[in-house]
Design a binder for this molecule. Structure first.
Ligand SMILES: [Zn+2]
Length: 123
């Protein structure tokens, strides 16, 4: 039996995909999404080994410390980063923060507008 905690976080951000071509070339331009981030973390005992709000604060702080805001707005500027890249960066950070157990499984999803989603799994 494995036990996980799972937290959800929402961030407004912009990004672009400069290599977009054809019918989706509009993705070259900087555009806004609501990014939905989900972190699922394995825990090794049942009494708040990773407390929900502490994990949410860790996720929030990671974005605050890693990205600037777009044109002095409240919206994060993710530059050319894809959802996959955003998930990978957060994974690398959380693997350091929560590396209390070498084999702790972490699964991170980053979605654009709750429509399209990337998933990174540390296995
Ligand atoms: Zn996009």
């Amino acid at each position: 039996m494995k036990t996980y905690v799972k937290v959800k976080h929402e961030i407004d951000g912009v990004h672009s995909y400069p290599l977009a071509t054809g019918t989706h070339s509009y993705l070259k331009d900087t555009h806004r999404h609501k990014f939905y981030i989900t972190v699922k973390a394995e825990v090794f005992h049942m009494d708040r080994e990773i407390e929900f709000f502490e994990l949410k604060d860790t996720v929030s702080s990671y974005f605050k410390n890693s990205f600037s805001k777009f044109n002095n707005s409240l919206i994060y500027d993710f530059g050319k980063q894809s959802c996959e890249m955003l998930a990978k960066g957060l994974m690398e950070h959380l693997m350091i923060v929560y590396n209390t157990h070498q084999n702790r499984r972490l699964i991170i999803t980053v979605s654009e507008d709750n429509e399209n989603e990337s998933e990174v799994d540390n296995i």
